[in-house]
Write a protein that binds this ligand. Sequence first.
Ligand code: SF4
Length: 320
Amino acid sequence: MKRLITLFWRWWYKRHPKPSKFTRAEALAIAKDFGLEWEVTKAMKQGCNPDEALQEWDIYPYDDAAVYKHLQQTDPEGMEMLSEDSLTAPICFELPDGTIQQTGGTNGKPSTRRKFPQPSPDLRTRWCSAYLKIDVCATALRHQERFQGIRTLVLSGERGEESKQRAAYAVLEPDRADLRNGRHPRHIDRFRPIRDWKEQQIWDLLEKYRVRPHPCYFMGFGRCSCKFCVFGNCDQFASAACVSRQQADRLINFERDFGYTMKRNTDLKTLINSGNPYLSITPYLRHLATSYEYSAPILVPPHQQWQLPSGAFRKCGGPT
Ligand code: SF4
């Protein structure tokens, strides 16, 4: 019977497709609305303290919805990592009218983390990627009626060069939020248009359109990830500590409080002391990367030359 009902709804939706609710501009805005930079700015306007988004770059147009809000939901310190005998935090995402919808956080068993995500390819132990990005995006797609009965394409920027796992990702596949065969179909595909691109092609494209790269690349980072990414090597951590000393100290203190280190073979203080901060870190770049409003032009003005940042092609620790 259940199968019959499902077949009926599938037939119904095929014959009565909803017109797309998005204009071309709105469709492009979906991805933009997933930006952390936007979210942090908005949270600040509401009187929140952006320091709580501890691990993220402060200026960072990122691809996850309401990460900052999500971090905030967990506890006063704003971190899933600090959860203690509590439920996983609700997920929040932005609606087209600018309001924030919250979902989840009410079911499941209370649990305790009080450990850093582990630098592992397994998303269950390296839970940061799932909890801060992947699940948030999927939840935003699953919980909005506007994505039902239409076809949605989610674009993401994984490149095969970055890891073996990413090289094995399909260029086009159903997204994890897809429900094309459900009673109320939600057809969502994920497209990875640059999976086979080389890093050189990325820089060439930025140069062609005169887009100024994120300031962290100019400081010498080869990867614009979380500032203190769990995969970071000693130079990355030393550089991140040079840029944001207070945040580094907080992470060092967390290790003491938890009784667990982030890395298996060393503690953060030793790791930071063993690395060399990148030489291209300047007070201006540090300020630009840790301000909550981006003051430099996004496009390089015509009278200036586009510059390849010093972090280009630098090997940095990242998801394996
Ligand atoms: S960039 Fe690093 S710390 Fe941030 S979510 Fe990904 S793996 Fe985790």
